[in-house]
Design a binder for this molecule. Sequence first.
Ligand code: 5GP
Length: 189
Amino acid sequence: MSLSDELTGSGRTTLIDGMTFEVLIDEEELASRVRELGQQISRDYDGLKPAIVAVLKGSFVFLADLVRAIDIECTVDFLVVSSYGDDTKSSGVVQISSDLTTPVEGRHVLLIEDIVDTGLTMSYLLKNLDSRSPASVKVCTLLEKPSRLKVEVPIHYKGFTIDDHFVVGYGLDYAQTMRNLPFIGYKVG
Ligand code: 5GP
């Protein structure tokens, strides 16, 4: 993978394998915000041993950085979710294709998402988790696109608010590729 950065009048672009990306959030900005979120979560959940539940696949890079910024006792489990739709639009029809390995009854659950777009996935997951009688459920998302929201969902911890672009990188994909880009951005050419 070849990487070359340049600053343009409108923002930052990066050329990767012949594709040009507008960089919305770079590595340093991600690292610094994720550290802040980790510190805030550590303070809020001190003594509560939260059950951190990551929604895969998109959250895997964010989760890996976030849990290392959390310095209290916690557990980590995963939900694999698939949403029917094309590569760039969520249909809102959500299916849990791989469930938690440990019950969350009586636990303080912190759901970790990559992005809240229409809110349909999160709304489905909140209802699903509520039915498992946890002590509490809160949401931590790296990104939110408020302009596309269809269902109001409570977001307790948020990394960044972004405009309506289909973003990739830092775990987020385009047709299962580009998850390995170290920044959040969108393709411009
Ligand atoms: P929602 O149900 O809130 O519309 O969207 C949830 C899921 O759609 C996210 O977890 C993510 O997998 C996918 N998604 C929504 N917006 C984007 C985007 O801009 N880029 C990528 N890669 N995935 C997105």
